[in-house]
Design a protein around this ligand. Structure first.
Ligand code: AHR
Length: 308
């Protein structure tokens, strides 16, 4: 039990409708908007209420957002944390206030907080696997020879840490796969464009770009074109997410692969809430399943509305 007298993690009383807090880290791009919409639509389908906040890409705002949600005493709190360390104190404060927490889409630092104790579970994708899938595709496409620029996601966030790990571990045994530059471009299109423009000046020999999300890849594609290089021909571009514009880039040959990171987390989140209220303790990580898109399946995927 916690010092406040409730169990760790706190129990959730069964109700026909819940008041659910949802602290979103930022809501400025297709992936985030799709996740927010998925949570809000699933809540309204069930007649549940959402107390929503948008931290606008700031750890300190996200901590104060979570504190203001705690003060409104929701039944349960969903947090999509910006970074692994940034929201740890707020996660602990929610637990101390006897509010069960679920981490959605990004995880927190397991040396500071523990799933199954400080929070119920992490619901999200296998980011290491996503990075591995991109690496495997690029190795196969280039016969194991590439000069790679890696555009990384927000430093300290669980997808950036784990997508880097999955990709770099996978290429390690292929000596021809060289990372010639790696830089944080904050999962953001404009930053991806600027970063790529700068890196292209010092590394014109690049033959592949690994962008840890689609938005940065789309920025990189614009930078490549502006530098007179043909994405898909002179430079292979690969990324993660599955937003519509990136799937179109696979269709027109500018991207060689998009590994999906599925943002439609609302249904699993609310099912997990229901199960927990019914007394089922979920696994410490509820894994979201992802597809991948290449020239082989893109037409079919687009006809089925795979993007967002
Ligand atoms: O946590 C998931 C990642 O966060 C998505 O890849 C990205 O687009 C978002 O910012």
């Amino acid at each position: 039990a916690s010092s406040s007298g409730c169990s760790s993690p706190p129990k959730l009383a069964k109700k026909s409708h819940y008041r659910v807090g949802f602290s979103q880290q930022v809501n400025n791009a297709p992936w985030r908007i799709a996740e927010t919409t998925s949570v809000q639509e699933e809540a309204s389908r069930r007649g549940d209420t959402v107390i929503y906040t948008d931290a606008q890409n700031s750890d300190s705002k996200q901590v104060s957002d979570i504190q203001s949600i705690i003060a409104q005493h929701p039944d349960v709190l969903l947090i999509a944390p910006l970074t692994e360390d940034g929201e740890v104190s707020a996660i602990k404060q929610a637990a101390a206030a006897c509010i069960p927490v679920i981490l959605l889409d990004r995880d927190a630092n397991h040396s500071k907080v523990t799933p199954g104790k400080d929070y119920i579970t992490f619901i999200g994708s296998d980011f290491v696997r996503e990075g591995q899938r991109v690496a495997q595709h690029l190795i196969q496409k280039t016969n194991g020879k590439a000069k790679i620029i890696e555009l990384q996601g927000t430093t300290g966030s669980s997808p950036a840490i784990n997508r880097t790990k999955g990709f770099e571990d996978e290429i390690q045994s292929h000596s021809g796969m060289q990372i010639i530059a790696r830089q944080d471009a904050n999962f953001d299109r404009a930053t991806g464009l600027k970063t790529m423009q700068t890196l292209l000046q010092s590394h014109p020999e690049v033959t592949a770009v690994y962008a840890e999300n689609d938005e940065m890849a789309l920025g990189a594609i614009d930078a490549l074109k502006a530098a007179g290089k043909k994405p898909g021909k002179d430079v292979l571009v690969a990324s993660i997410d599955g937003e519509n514009a990136a799937l179109q880039a696979v269709q027109n040959g500018e991207e060689t692969i998009v590994v999906q990171c599925n943002p439609r987390l609302g249904p699993i989140a609310f099912d997990t809430i229901d199960k927990y209220a019914n007394g089922t303790v979920p696994q410490q990580w509820v894994v979201q399943q992802d597809n991948q898109y290449t020239a082989d399946n893109i037409t079919d995927a687009l006809s089925k509305g795979a993007g967002f």
